[in-house]
Structures are given as structure tokens and as C-alpha cells.
Design a protein around this ligand. Sequence first.
Ligand SMILES: Cc1ncc(COP(=O)(O)O)c(C=O)c1O
Length: 440
Amino acid sequence: MSAASKNFDAYWMPFTANRDFKKKPRVINSASGHYYTADDGSKLYDTFSGLWTSGLGHCHPKIVEAVQEQVAKLDYCMTFQVTNDKAVALAERVVNMAPDGMTQCFFTNSGSESVDTALKIALGYHRARGEGNRTRLIGRERGYHGVNFGGMSVGGMVPNRKVFSANLIPGVDHVRHTHDIEHNAFTRGQPEWGAHLADDLERLCALHDGSNIAAVIVEPVAGSSGILPPPVGYLERLRDICDKHGILLIFDEVITAFGRLAQPFGAQRFGVTPDIITTAKGLTNGVIPMGAVLVRDSIYDAFMQGPENMIELFHGYTYSGHPVAAAAGLATMDVYDEEGTFEQAASLEQHFEDLLHSFADHGHIIDVRNYGLMGAIEMAPRDGAPGARGGEAHKKCFWDENLVIRNGMDTLQFSPFLNSNPDEMQKSFETVRRVLDTIE
Ligand SMILES: Cc1ncc(COP(=O)(O)O)c(C=O)c1O
């Protein structure tokens, strides 16, 4: 049955122009490796690794097998006061890859839940240490931390916040984002300009007194707002200011963990260790929803007080540490190791960067940026119609070229597979160029 003959009435699609999509729908039915198959039988190359999720490609046989085996063996087991072997094993596996000192792993089901969990852990930590006055949370403009109330509040994506403006959690401020085309346009990798923007945190410490601030959350490389790599020295400066004022630093690594920056974590790539790391996506290669929050031992230790028979943190989800998700996570970690995925990702970076920056002199392009296997091509908005060029490029790629790309307004974003074939990657950018040639 083709998409046109399906009834979409009951289906409210997330982050989608529903009416527009449903006028001319096309549905993906299956996938293998680097390609999707649509219901009309055509194959589409995926330039976005799912939604930053599927770095190993789709339906990796080892992960599929692990999930099939697990679901037949233990389909569910609560993890409140009981647990399962796969959750325990995955926690150990993930902390063994983490920066030194991050010895604790708390499971969630998504990036949004990881972020809200991290914020709650930060607040609980200060309270447990007798600094319950540290309640303020700091995010960054153009940050994306998911769509739950905590993450939305510390996030800095205006359309996501606008409707809920009066209901965002109180006591949140934002530092400035680091992107400035005047200084940073067409930078390959980290821009030289902008480390001083971290001093915005000092301004907020002066305003509120640093002793009232619980945590600062940033993505090491902002992803969904258009790939904004941190200026050289910026993350180090944030770390220093947090240390000076006793503020916890949270890296939201929902995108950057598990190889997107050719390391297990962005923290390792940048040589800056936060206090808490949030993850999801690449934890299971997107196969089963799952997130994890990694925490320094000193934070966990602060909670471990009072009577030993009492729950220390009143937080958790029915599906935290779900055995099937954890089995998918363990198989994913096996594949990363066995196939040398992070090394593969590293070997693709230069090729990816060169392909992206070959667009620098193309009409309408006002910026190209990249870091690791994250990249963006930004077009100038059409007069009076911001987002139109990006939307058209997306649709033409999808419908005319069988290529899945992602656009945020007029910025095309790319998140290639960590094990991409360099020729396929090149062909996908040739297709993008052909499409951009037609955009007025
Ligand atoms: C950095 C970051 N944090 C949080 C999230 C939210 O994750 P989810 O959509 O799984 O809730 C995302 C999603 O893209 C993200 O990129």
C-alpha cells in the first residue's frame, strides 16, 4: 500500500509541518546499511544517520540479533529495587569508556530525559552537600536540550520555547551562543575567535552570585541549532569558571557521544572533563530508545548518605535500564570495538570537511561549518521567506533525488554514518550540489 493510500488522520507527527507532509506523504518501510527503502520501493541514501542516531548504519546484523535474542529471553524487568543483567553490564561498559572519574551511569529512555535527569542530579547534589541555595541553572542561547520542561528551559531554541514562555522553569539564565558569522564564517573545525564568550558566565555569576548557581549545561558542539563548534579555548574557560564558583558543568553529549567526534565522548576529544554527561542516540545506534547520564563519583557519593534502606534519589523511569534496550547498547558497544568505528570516523573527517567546504563559493551560501562528523551549510534566507530555501532543498533531495538530508530553516545539516563509504559520501554531496543549483 503506498503512502498516498494510507490514512494519516490519526497521526500527529512530531516536529513536522503536518498539513504539508500529509498532502504528499511518503513513508519509509525498511532500511539496511546506509539506505532506507520507501513504500514505493525506491532506495534513499541517508545523510543524517537516522536522526544523529544510527552511526553504524541501519539494521546492523549484530544489534538485530542481540535484540531478537534478548526479547525472547527477558522482555522486561523493572529496575526499581530489582534489576537485570544487561543493564548492569551496560553501565559498566559505558563508564569504562568515559573520562576518568565518571564512574556512575543512570539510564533513561531519551535525550530529553537524560537532560532532565542531569539537572535534577545537579540540584540534588548541592542540596545533599548542604548548599541547597544553589538552584539556578544556566544554559546557552541556541542550545538544544530536548523538549521536556527542564531541557526546554535551559535550551535556547526560540521556536521550541515561544509557546511555553510563561511556563518554563524559574531560575534559568543563558550565556550567549558562540556563533558570529562576521568572525567565524567558513571556519574548518574550531573557530579561533570567541573563547572570551565563556566570560558571559562570569557576568551571570556577578549578577546572581556564583554561590547560587547549581549547574551550567552546554553541548560541546551545538548540533540541532546548526552545528556550532566551540571556539578554541572556550570549553576550557567554561570549566575554569565553573571550578572557581563551585558550579557543576554538564556536557549534553546526546549527539557528540559514541563516535560522532571520533572518540567515545566529546569531552575526550576536547580534553575538557565535565561533571555530568548526558547521552542517548548512539548508545543503542538508535535501535531501541535509551539514554544514559554519566556522573562523577563525588556526585554519586554525596547522595549516598542517611539510612541505607532509604532511596537516595527519588527519580527513575519505568523503562530505565530496559533489558532489550541494554542488550542493543551492549551489542552496539561490541560493534564499535570490533569494527574500529571511532577510527573509521576519524579517517572520514578530512574528506567530509573538504566536501562541505567545496560549497563555500556556491550561490546563497553564507557559511559552512564542521567538526568531527557534524557539518552544516547555511544559505542566506530568501527575502521575506526565511526557511524557504532550506525547505525546498530538503524536499527536492527527498523527492527528486532519493536523498534524505536535514534542514533547520536555511541551514542544511549533515551527520554522515561513522562507517560511511567515502565514494557514497561524495556522491551524496554531488546530489546536494545539483539540487542547490536549482534553488533560487
Ligand atoms: C544535544 C541534545 N540533547 C537532547 C536531545 C533530546 O533528545 P530526545 O529527542 O531523544 O529527547 C537532543 C536531540 O536531538 C540533542 O541533540
